[in-house]
Ligand binder design. Structure first.
Ligand SMILES: NC(=O)c1ccc[n+]([C@@H]2O[C@H](COP(=O)([O-])OP(=O)(O)OC[C@H]3O[C@@H](n4cnc5c(N)ncnc54)[C@H](O)[C@@H]3O)[C@@H](O)[C@H]2O)c1
Length: 337
């Protein structure tokens, strides 16, 4: 990678979350000056566990505070923004759609309004949408393609689709903002502390810190990207957009196009943790268990990002899960002590 990021001023919303913390680490390694919006001072996160908080500038505030964004962008002369903050829990989306829409929709246009008002230093704005924005498509139409219409059914999925379309509308030829939108598959890796997601929940229970309670029969199928691949892709995209603003308004999917069932992911997790006994029990509990409110089958390829940026994923699922196991073993041990 070039030295494009050296001394660039980068704002990450959601920096105290999973992807945001990992991206901050990578940007710091590339010499960027990193700023982050943080809603509360939760210190049991990747950012604090990796002691990155001392190396960045933190602003406390809410995503819907467009005046705060205006101040940060204009006073700090921000060059690049990665918008990652969101209410990401599918279950919370079901129980609290209002919060989910406020955060993921209003939060997105609050940030974009500030970008519209203070665009002069901005070279790239990357908005995280999600594969969930596509909604359900028949298996024969997988992997999703960027030109598929967005057909979300559930609140989280709809909130991401709304933020996604709103972001595209700010990349128009009147505002000329350098925006691209990403729709990635499931991301996993060190620092994912949303324990309603299968990988962290799986590791926590495979390592003996909790009991895994299956929500489904495990047949739901997804693609999984390691967070280091995601950070690498975000850096590549931000630099690519800054150097070639004609790609503003483009959408980019990314996933390995190697879909795996939730049950097979759990099997791998429990086998890496040498815990076959608990997996056998979970397997039994999964039989005939039905879930609602989630898409059955999703997969993503990387054709378009590869064509534009020459990017492809480098970390296979088994290797990525091994790295993740080591991180969770250390993190959970330290949290206990
Ligand atoms: N993790 C995945 O599998 C995945 C896959 C595709 C897309 N995405 C998208 O990537 C982004 C990052 O996901 P993540 O897994 O890191 O999520 P995360 O929950 O770990 O991080 C999100 C962060 O946003 C913050 N936040 C929520 N509401 C806020 C508010 N009102 N004001 C300020 N901050 C607020 C949270 O405190 C949290 O730190 C999200 O936009 C998500 O939709 C994630």
């Amino acid at each position: 990678m070039s030295d494009y990021w050296r001394n660039k001023k980068v704002l990450i919303t959601g920096i105290n979350g999973f992807v945001g913390g990992n991206l901050a680490k990578s940007l710091l390694e590339h010499g960027a000056e990193v700023f982050g919006l943080v809603r509360n001072e939760n210190k049991r996160t990747f950012l604090y566990h990796e002691k990155l908080d001392a190396k960045i500038r933190i602003f406390l505030g809410d995503l819907c505070d467009k005046e705060l964004f205006g101040r940060i962008i204009s006073e700090e002369q921000i060059n690049s923004i990665f918008h990652l903050a969101a209410q990401v829990e599918v279950g919370v989306g079901m129980s609290n759609p209002f919060l989910t829409f406020e955060t993921n929709v209003r939060g997105t246009y609050s940030l974009l309004e500030a970008c519209r008002l203070f665009p002069s230093t901005l070279e790239s704005i990357v908005i995280a949408s999600s594969d969930k924005a596509y909604g359900s498509y028949p298996v024969e139409r997988m992997p999703y393609k960027e030109d598929y219409p967005l057909l979300p059914q559930y609140p989280y999925d709809t909130s991401k689709a709304c933020g996604d379309l709103i972001a595209q509308s700010y990349a128009n030829d009147v505002y000329n903002l350098p925006i691209i939108v990403t729709r990635f598959c499931n991301i996993y890796g060190p620092g994912q502390l949303n324990f309603s997601a299968v990988v962290p929940d799986g590791f926590r229970s495979a390592l003996g810190y909790s009991k895994f309670v299956p929500r489904s029969d495990g047949s739901m199928t997804r693609d999984f990207l390691h967070v280091d691949d995601v950070s690498d892709l975000y850096l590549t995209m931000g630099e690519g957009l800054a150097k070639n603003p004609t790609i503003a308004g483009e959408i980019f999917n990314a996933g390995p196009n190697e879909p795996v069932s939730v049950k097979d992911v759990l099997k791998l997790i429990f086998s890496l943790a040498n815990n076959q006994k608990d997996f056998d029990e979970i397997s039994k509990l999964m039989e005939n268990k039905k879930t609602t409110g989630e898409i059955d089958y999703q997969s993503m390829d990387f054709d378009k990002v590869n064509k534009h940026f020459g990017w492809s994923p480098k970390i296979g699922l088994k290797d990525g899960l091994k790295i993740t196991l080591d991180w969770f073993a250390d993190y959970l041990q330290k949290q206990k002590g």
